[in-house]
Design a protein around this ligand. Structure first.
Ligand SMILES: [Zn+2]
Length: 290
């Protein structure tokens, strides 16, 4: 995709068992930031998680979505980033008090970090627990990938108020004729990249800066966009699950039921007549099923 910096660029070492990806989020990241005012430190951590989610989603042949979800017990209460197989991203966070210093692990405290691969086709989702081991978002996720997926994976992530970026390198099974030292060389070179470079260089500039001596195959860049999958239908389903009694109580108290999407700030309003329709629908669905 041209004329957009919201891209995922995949590349491959022709003579070595190494593949890579670089993600740049500009407009997509602004769309996340436009909707909530996050403390700077949390914002940057969230940007790193957004980049990581896109990089990881792109390594999988994913139909549904990949969700990185942290339930924190420290200053950060919740961090959710979701990226679909077609690279549509949404993210949100909840926190308490001031956030001025600390690593992700410190801010989350004794929390839980779960990675979910939801095929969204009715089949069961896969969930893995990500140990909060490591100082940075990249450390934590690459430890997880190396241990649970048995894939040597390295991540470099950076984010600020303008953009979120990242690079991933993954070691592929070795084949005859492959250059066995290439993995070490590739990761050592990548370790020389400063966050400012990650944020400012385009994918092709970065690849050239690092690997101009290697034979690199570049794939077509893919676009990444902000998109929230919330809908009035989904909210209606949620109200059905909540139950008629609960909904009636809210209606009696407030006149209507107001639901905000945490991801995109969309407001869904159901008055008594809407609620009637939601539950009438439930009744007729049950009637036809039984
Ligand atoms: Zn939404």
């Amino acid at each position: 995709m041209k004329n957009t910096r919201d891209t995922l660029q995949k590349f491959l070492f022709e003579q070595a068992p190494v593949r890579g990806e670089i993600v740049h989020l500009d407009q997509t990241w602004q769309s996340v930031l436009d909707r909530h005012d996050y403390p700077k430190l949390l914002r940057d951590l969230m940007g790193e998680l957004c980049s990581a989610a896109v990089l990881l989603a792109a390594t999988l042949k994913l139909q549904g979505s990949l969700v990185l979800q942290i339930h924190g017990k420290g200053a950060v209460k919740l961090l959710v980033v979701e990226c679909t197989g077609s690279l549509e991203l949404r993210a949100t966070a909840k926190w308490e008090g001031e956030i001025v210093s600390g690593t992700l692990r410190e801010l989350v405290g004794d929390g839980r970090f779960v990675i979910t691969l939801d095929p969204k086709d009715g089949n069961q989702a896969y969930q893995g627990i990500v140990a909060l081991e490591g100082e940075s978002v990249a450390d934590i996720l690459q430890n997880y990938m190396t241990r649970s997926e048995q894939l040597d994976t390295r991540l470099w992530l950076a984010a600020d108020g303008q953009r979120a970026t990242g690079m991933l390198l993954q070691k592929l099974p070795e084949q005859k004729g492959h250059d066995a030292d290439a993995w070490d060389r590739a990761t050592q070179l990548a370790n020389t990249v400063k966050p400012e470079e990650l944020l400012s260089l385009t994918a092709t500039e970065l690849i050239h800066r690092l690997y101009h001596e290697e034979d690199i195959r570049l794939f077509d860049a893919q676009g990444v966009v902000f998109n929230c999958s919330c809908s009035r239908d989904n909210v209606a389903r949620m109200l059905k699950m909540l139950g008629r009694q609960e909904v009636d109580e809210i209606l009696a108290e407030r006149g209507d039921v107001e639901v905000f999407c945490e991801f995109c700030n969309e407001q869904y309003l159901f008055d008594a007549i809407d609620a009637e329709a939601v539950f009438a629908d439930a009744v007729s669905n049950n009637a036809t099923r039984h």
